[in-house]
Design a protein around this ligand. Structure first.
Ligand code: NDP
Ligand code: 2IT
Length: 448
């Protein structure tokens, strides 16, 4: 790890001390601080007004009990979280994650990342994140509905279209947003569309929100390629995961002329040299909610590998779209040996610090999640815009807006990287550009 300058080192030590055991949060803070040396050197006002210290402390952290009744009549207890991290730029905005690994450290890392990501979009949204250690796998529709209702029965008092606007993340998609919105509406007796994003198209949702994160990641990579006079045409791409982000990243890669030859879930991966069949993938994952192994059972020529690492599959472009720390130093070394030229994070913090360092040393272009996956939350902000004006836009119009936003984020990263002496470094550029906008807003709003 690079050595932090003295002021930033003290701030990092304080974060470690104040937040014991929250490894993912430490990692996310460290990654941002590693980029801010040249910024604080030029702008002492940020450290003088304790902007970075304030940024590292969430404005509000809510932890609550979620009791619900399963199909056998047994009472179950889960833990719910909402971390309202920073509202300098707008209402707290960020997804809800339902996964058994969720604890405060995960929610805080995601909420912290979200501040800079949302700032980079240029839209008026603050940063927050929430979720629960509830595991939706194997649960019936009725159980998921009762869980969502119990979760919202506490959450509703903390959110609102001008306060805090949750959306989906791992384990939370259109079905869950529906149950959550239904319960919010029932408790408050208000049809407040802008309180959640990722809603269904017939009741206030936006075109392209489902596709937005995956499409946006691929639009970002398209810009990286364009700058180098290249395109997706003929490129072999590996995508990890097979959820919302992975599926729509794969769809846009195919539309742009690339071939996605592998994807995965937490049990294993499939390789399909002819290109992943997206209709089949959607049928298996979105409709049947089955495992990725089912894909290989149905598709001739596809191979399923139980366990192992999807990054062993040789490719030109790697898109990690599953979860944090899913691509480690070993995986990075294999990708580099196999000639991979670009890695873009569709997921939040999927590459470990070791992997990121190896990519930099090997000259592999690396797009950090807070830039590359910002298309999801940006389209959420477009959904809020449509809700506020009681309008609904066409698919084409919304997709063009998304493409423009990703183009803008790409250029903002490069411009900030250049200005602070790190030309071509998307990681530094994303951290610096995201930070400066929110830091300037915090200075303007005074000590609050
Ligand atoms: P989904 O729940 O739709 O899909 C998650 C995918 O990742 C599944 O294939 C899942 O496999 C796999 N996965 C999850 N946890 C693990 C794990 N511990 N080890 C291996 N594989 C795992 O989630 P999304 O596609 O929405 O989210 C994927 C990533 O993208 C997350 O990092 C999320 O934070 C990020 N993201 C999502 C956005 C969105 O709009 N949805 C926006 C920006 C970022 P399995 O089924 O086996 O669990
Ligand atoms: O990580 C993310 O940006 C998301 N899960 C989407 C958040 C949102 O509010 O759309």
């Amino acid at each position: 790890m690079p050595i932090l300058d003295e002021k930033l080192g003290d701030i990092y030590d304080e974060v470690l001390r104040r937040n014991p055991g929250e490894d993912e949060f430490h990692q996310a803070v460290r990654e941002v601080l590693d980029s801010l040396g040249p910024v604080v050197a030029k702008h002492p006002e940020y450290t003088d007004a304790a902007v970075i210290r304030r940024l590292c402390e969430p404005e509000r952290q809510i932890i609550f009990r979620v009791p619900w009744v399963d199909d056998s009549g047994a009472v179950r207890i889960n833990r719910g979280f909402r971390v309202e991290f920073n509202s300098a730029l707008g209402p707290y905005k960020g997804g809800l994650r339902f996964h058994p690994t969720v604890y405060l450290g995960i929610v805080k890392f995601l909420g912290f990342e979200q501040i800079f990501k949302n700032s980079l979009t240029g839209m008026p949204i603050g940063g927050g994140k929430g979720g629960s250690d509830f595991d939706p796998k194997g649960r019936s529709d009725g159980e998921v509905m009762r869980f969502c209702q119990a979760f919202m029965t506490e959450l509703y008092r903390h959110i609102g279209e001008h306060t805090d606007v949750p959306a989906g993340d791992i384990g939370v998609g259109g079905r869950e947003i529906g149950y959550l919105f239904g319960q919010y509406k029932r408790i408050t007796n208000r049809y407040e569309s802008g309180v959640l994003t990722g809603k269904g198209l017939t009741w206030g949702g936006s075109q392209v929100r489902t596709e937005a994160t995956g499409y946006g990641t691929v639009f970002f990579v398209e810009e990286m390629l364009k700058v180098r006079g290249d395109s997706f045409d003929g490129k072999k791409v590996v995508v990890s995961g097979s959820g919302n982000v992975a599926i729509y990243a794969a769809e846009k890669v195919r539309q742009l002329g690339g071939t996605v030859i592998a994807c995965s879930d937490s049990n294993g991966y499939v390789v399909d040299e002819h290109g992943i069949d997206l209709d089949l993938l959607k049928e298996v994952k979105e409709k049947r909610r089955a495992r990725i192994s089912t894909y290989a059972e149905t598709r001739s020529g596809a191979r399923y590998v139980e366990g192992g690492s999807v990054w062993d599959v040789p490719c030109d472009i790697a898109l990690p779209c599953a979860t944090q720390n899913e691509l480690n130093g070993r995986d990075a070394a294999v990708l580099i040996d196999n000639g991979c030229a670009i890695v873009a994070e569709g997921a939040n913090m999927p590459c470990t610090p070791d992997a990121v360092r190896l990519f930099a040393e090997a000259g592999v272009l690396f797009a950090p999640g807070k830039a590359a996956n910002a298309g999801g939350v940006a389209t959420s902000a477009l959904e809020m815009q449509q809700n506020a004006s009681r309008d609904s836009w066409s698919f084409d119009h919304t997709e063009r807006r998304l493409a423009d936003i990703m183009h803008g984020i790409h250029d903002r990263c490069l411009e900030a990287a250049d200005r602070y002496g790190k030309p071509g470094n998307y990681l530094a550029g994303a951290n610096i550009a995201g930070f400066i906008q929110v830091a300037d807003a915090m200075l303007a709003l005074g000590v609050i």
